[in-house]
Write a protein that binds this ligand. Structure first.
Ligand code: 5GP
Length: 188
């Protein structure tokens, strides 16, 4: 997706070796127009799939998932990183955070993923694939289907894409980073 690639090169920057910061348009301040184009691109990439719902993980996935769900005209739901005391029965999975280096639980109330639904998973980054795999586990636990996994920025030098494909999931990444070297971003 050229618009996204141009923006990454213009406004993205590298921190601590292999982490890309895109806080000015994706992860903190959000460019709504770009987000809408991302939603349209995901719709086009998964046009051959019936999608009933979009699933992501808080916080950075929410804007992406909202736009995608608006374009697809289906609901979206986000997994929470802390289970509220008011939440009833829930699906949970343990995810290892790539950026924080810790394990945490992700949770979705059972009422929001229904048996047989086709769920499109979306997220901002794909590194080692643990967040997406955790979301896929929630879907499977609900006896629903993963229609595909849509990623805005894949770090192609990490093994997330391979892990997800080895587990049988279709992955569509809108921009793939070949390497981050000497504070420079090299896109595929
Ligand atoms: P994974 O679970 O695939 O290892 O990591 C994906 C998650 O970690 C994403 O939800 C994202 O929040 C975070 N993440 C991984 N790599 C990066 C990165 O280079 N930059 C930013 N901003 N977040 C990242």
């Amino acid at each position: 997706m050229q618009l996204l690639k141009d923006r990454i090169l213009k406004d993205g920057y590298v921190v601590s070796g292999n982490i890309l910061k895109v806080d000015s348009f994706l992860n903190h301040q959000i460019d709504g127009r770009l987000m809408k184009e991302i939603g349209i691109e995901f719709k086009n990439r998964f046009a051959d799939q019936k999608i009933d719902k979009v699933l992501t993980i808080e916080a950075s996935g929410i804007a992406i998932a909202v736009m995608t769900s608006m374009v697809l005209d289906v609901p979206m739901v986000f997994a929470k990183k802390k289970k509220p005391s008011t939440m009833g029965d829930a699906y949970t999975a343990v995810v290892h955070s790539f950026t924080k280096g810790i394990d945490y639980d992700i949770t979705v109330a059972k009422e929001f993923i229904n048996e047989g639904e086709n769920i499109l998973i979306v997220d901002d980054f794909l590194a080692n694939g643990h967040a997406a795999l955790g979301l896929a586990k929630l879907v499977k636990d609900a006896n629903a289907n993963v229609a595909g996994i849509g990623i805005v920025i894949e770090k192609g030098f990490q093994n997330g894409s391979k892990l997800l494909k080895d587990n049988g999931f279709r992955v569509e990444s809108l921009a793939i980073i070949d390497k981050l070297e000497d504070n420079k971003i090299y896109l595929k």
